[in-house]
Unconditional design. Sequence first.
Length: 628
Amino acid sequence: MEKKQFQAESKRLLDLMINSIYTHKEIFLREIISNASDAIDKLCYLSLTDDQVGMERGDFEIRIKVDPEARTLTVSDNGIGMNAEELEHNLGVIADSGTFRFRQELEEGKSDAEVIGQFGVGFYSAFMVSDHITVVTRKYGEAGAWRWESEGADGYTVEPAERETVGTDVIMHLKPDPEEDPDEFSRYLREFELRGLVRKYSDYIRFPIRMLAKKSRRVEGSPDDKPEYEEVEELETLNSMVPIWQRKKTEVSREEYDKFYEDNFMDYQPPQSVIPVSAEGLVTYKALLFIPANRPMKWGTEEFEPGLQLYSSGVMIMDKCADLLPEQFSFVRGVVESPDLSLNISRELLQHDRQLKIISNNLEKKVKGELERMLREDREGYEKFWKNFGRQLKISALDRYAAKKEALQDLLLFYSSTEKKLVTLAEYVERMQSEQKYIYYATGEQLDAVDHLPQTELLKERGIEILYFTDQVDDFLAEMFHDYKEKPFRSALGGDLDLGDEKKEADEAHKDSFDFIKETLGAKVTEVKASTILKTHPVCMSSGQGPSFEIEKYFAAVQPELGMKASRILEINTEHPAFLKFEAARITDPEKAKKYAEVFYNQALLMAGLPIEDPTAYTDLIVSLWES
């Protein structure tokens, strides 16, 4: 029989499609099953207007058959089939698509029939794993069947064949395994492997995908004390067909949602929250989103891959589509299905189009709305969520110069000095004193340490609430946000609380003492002054304008080469006995007074959470004062 040549381009084009378009070889099974589903869709649609079809929806199916000895994998359907002319047109012309034409024909009637194969190259993905493909097909309404055969780019043959019923068989003869990977192609002949691929890519194809599977069954009549078993083959349906997100919310129990989440996202605990979404309009889609009760595996590492599963017409297009949710909600797991998305030629990647952006924006609003609901109605649950993912919200709020400030600021929580629990910025502002101008905060590594900072004493005495910032990003957040509802942030460690009625110390009265301390410490401090905020402690260190101590510590850890330093302003409580003792020593024993000055400086560093330059020298200094 004369071999015909492909009508589109050359061997180079086919090689390109086989070797470049698809990232993973296993994708071929998704494509062949999708084509089978498309063929059934066409006949199913035709049956609505043609009584002669004689089949109901429940009669349609896709069959997978494996013959390990012959090294063949067969995918069969009882769909509309093809005649010789259609075989020539659909399989003889690379990148032509009968499905695409079928969809065009339906557009005038605004049909709801959903078909996915639009490019006509999916069939050729089978050549990634096959060295010979045979297609036996019989079209509905015609008596004869046809056989199409090809070994690849060198051409194909078409001849009459026999097939009892309408439909199509795609028989793939798998390539021999290379020496470097003796299981590269043979794995597609194993039931377990095929079952997994169907579940992964084609679980929600709307027609049953069935395969004869080997099972162990007890021999009837065998004794209970010594039961005998035999291996039998049973027809097994591999796919679940109706996805849970396509069902009405009222028809799905929370237990069903939880099980779906645990099974599909490898979590041992149910999700904290479930968000079903159904949208129609500019873009039609359904989604099922989950907020995990725990951090996902590899969360916070470079290995963590964010994204939602993306489906089109029951076929998985992408396992993790990161573009469907903004970074601040990257912890969300879930699925999205839409017939309206523009797919690229391999159906593996998504073209970045307007539809995708619309879905992403809508899902962002849905997730934010659910978090706002939790914050209002389930505070305990929200605080549990915050413990897991709150830092992600704060980091995202800082991204691109706080571009997400308005969207995220009301979801942030901080520990309150007066409430002794986590509070929102809105709650803080609502409790502010009538004349209070600022949102006061204090930074440190631990809550207890921040609570004992000497700089917070005056604020506490006045009954002013302080937010405790114990995360490294918090200081950046205050700097980037600047204010909340027109109330500026002000650090309690900055030196000037601007309360309006602080007791003003006369620096001039102690000028000689401050000059002495500054001369003793030299460049270690930028200024020595009387404190307006200290009550029971002798000294503290404030940073004044510019970087805070926490920002200094952050950059010291991540970019030490920058040498970023906050100003070190040594504030003195001039009424404290320690300072009075220093002043006396300055007159009678200047050398001892220098030691006092060093002690003041190191104490202030320690309370600010900053490292002292020489711990051993500081210890010796304290001992020398004991001995004097």
